[in-house]
Design a protein around this ligand. Structure first.
Ligand code: PMP
Length: 361
């Protein structure tokens, strides 16, 4: 069977070149006589892999020396607890902007350990926009301000980062890390699950400014303490070795292809194709206000649930899979991460045009 165009929100497509390289090295990682899956995480071969992955990520994201890069487990969901556990030692309170399902989870988890104050929300309009915030809205004594830079389910993204003054900005960047250029110095912590733009599910990347280490609440479990992992160079315990190896291959490819600016250019081109079509279609409509539209996750609707169902079924049969919207919002959603080729979006738009013509009397 030919490879399909997979529009899943995650786990999602990986670059074909990476899958091929991993396949070629599956049985024997060059010069080691063994698979990466079988390697000791303390071996010199694996040391080179994990250090190489970190060095490449630092290079492509331009991460300054005063930030640590951690490769952890537990998904972005574990970060919802890890961030407050590690920063509430500064002050047991944080400010949040509520932009959807994942922000809400971060808020409810932080509430277990201190005060989580919602300073702005877009819930009034089904999270179809990013609320405007300014510095005066934030508590200058808060340990951090938390945002979700890209809302995977709702399809919104911040175009302008909030100015939080001296309060560290913490970002869940799970669904748009490496898709557009970010200035890391604007953040105290960036975290991201891997399964969209980095690697298979199983590794979570955390980028943390060094002065935020060592502020954990006394109840923080050892495995959830950033400082333990920073001191252990992500090898305090066995890391998700194979995922980190794939991440290294992805980072290498991004570098070869012109880095994050090149990813951003292609992502803007892909998203524009789909949004332009949606804006001109009589059948399909985007659900997000134009100024806050995501480059990665594009939700859209048709006039009727039956049409949605027929579209999803026919699209799937034609090789465009996982276009069903998240169960909480319905409709459709096309997730077009870095690894989705331009041609995949072109063909999808073409398919949507034909579907519309066929079903319009
Ligand atoms: N945050 C965002 C923005 C996400 O999209 C997701 C997963 N889709 C999560 C957090 C949760 O990630 P995980 O499943 O890795 O815990």
């Amino acid at each position: 069977m030919a490879r399909v165009y997979n529009f899943s929100a995650g786990p999602s497509m990986l670059p074909e070149a990476v899958l091929k390289k991993a396949a070629a090295e599956l049985l024997e990682y060059p010069g080691s006589g063994q698979s990466v899956m079988e390697m000791s995480h303390r071996s010199p071969e694996y040391q080179a892999i994990i250090e190489g992955a970190e060095a490449l990520l630092r290079e492509i994201m331009n991460i300054p020396a005063n930030y640590k890069v951690l490769f952890l487990q537990g998904g972005a969901s574990t970060q919802f607890a890890m961030v407050p556990l590690n920063l509430f030692g500064i002050a047991p309170k944080a400010d949040f902007v509520n932009t959807g399902t994942w922000s809400k989870k971060a808020i409810s988890e932080a509430k277990r350990y201190g005060t989580a104050r919602v300073v702005a929300t877009s819930e009034d309009k089904k999270f179809s926009y990013i609320p405007k915030v300014d510095k005066s809205m934030f508590d200058a004594g808060a340990a951090y301000v938390h945002i979700t830079t890209n809302n995977t389910i709702e399809g919104t993204r911040y175009r302008i980062l909030p100015d939080t003054g001296t309060v560290p900005l913490v970002a869940d960047m799970s669904s748009n890390i490496l898709s557009e250029v970010y200035d890391v110095t604007k953040f105290g912590i960036i975290y991201a699950g891997a399964q969209k733009n980095i690697a298979p599910a199983g590794v979570t990347v955390v980028i943390i400014r060094e002065d935020l280490l060592g502020k954990a609440l006394p109840i923080t479990p050892t495995m959830l303490n950033y400082k333990i992992h920073a001191d252990g160079k992500s090898l305090y315990n066995t890391p998700p070795c194979y995922c980190i190896y794939i991440a290294k291959l992805v980072f290498e490819l991004i570098k070869q292809q012109g880095g994050v600016p090149a990813m951003q250019k292609v992502n803007e081109q892909k998203a524009k194709m789909l949004y332009d079509f949606l804006d001109n279609s009589k059948m399909f409509k985007g659900t997000v206000v134009p100024e806050d539209r995501s480059l990665m996750n594009i939700p859209f609707t048709s006039p009727a649930e039956d049409t949605d169902k027929a579209f999803i079924k026919e699209a799937s049969a034609a090789g465009f899979v996982n276009l069903k919207g998240h169960r909480s919002v319905g409709g459709m959603r096309a997730s077009i991460y870095n690894a989705m080729p331009v041609e995949g979006v072109e063909k999808l738009v073409d398919f949507m045009k034909k579907f519309e013509t066929k079903n319009t009397k």
